[in-house]
Design a protein around this ligand. Structure first.
Ligand code: HEM
Length: 97
């Protein structure tokens, strides 16, 4: 990705994160409009879900100039937990980018 593109994405993300709750709400509105069958998959509080979504995107956008780290972190987070993992606690919450 070109440096200029990264700067544009990071610049516009600033505007989106300034209205994070509304942006997250729009994301899910559009997602469920595109496929209403997805709605029952989301069982928790949607405001909390929206926060996690925005944090995740923010972390990814912040790491665009360090794609190696970004890919490694996403890879880590998308692996299923080992069978021994006892806690069902969110792994995303503890990410420190
Ligand atoms: C920009 C794209 C997306 C990002 C950054 C994202 C991020 C996240 C995050 C951070 C969580 C919370 C994980 C946790 O609690 O540990 C989550 C949960 C989830 N995501 Fe996504 N997501 C995206 C797109 C989607 C899409 C397109 C779908 C469906 C087709 C989807 C389905 C789900 C479901 C079903 C859950 C679990 C909800 C629950 O446990 O109640 N996500 N996502």
């Amino acid at each position: 990705m070109k440096k200029e593109t990264i700067m544009l994405v990071q610049g516009s993300w600033k505007n989106v994160s300034a209205i994070a709750p509304q942006a997250a709400e729009l994301f899910y509105q559009n997602l469920f409009a595109a496929d209403p069958s997805l709605k029952p998959l989301f069982r928790g509080n949607m405001a909390e879900q929206g926060k996690k979504l925005m944090q995740m995107i923010g972390a990814a956008v912040g790491k665009l100039n360090d794609l190696e780290t970004l890919v490694a972190r996403v890879d880590e987070r998308t692996k299923p937990p080992p069978p021994s993992a006892k806690s069902k606690k969110s792994q995303i919450q503890t990410v420190s980018f």
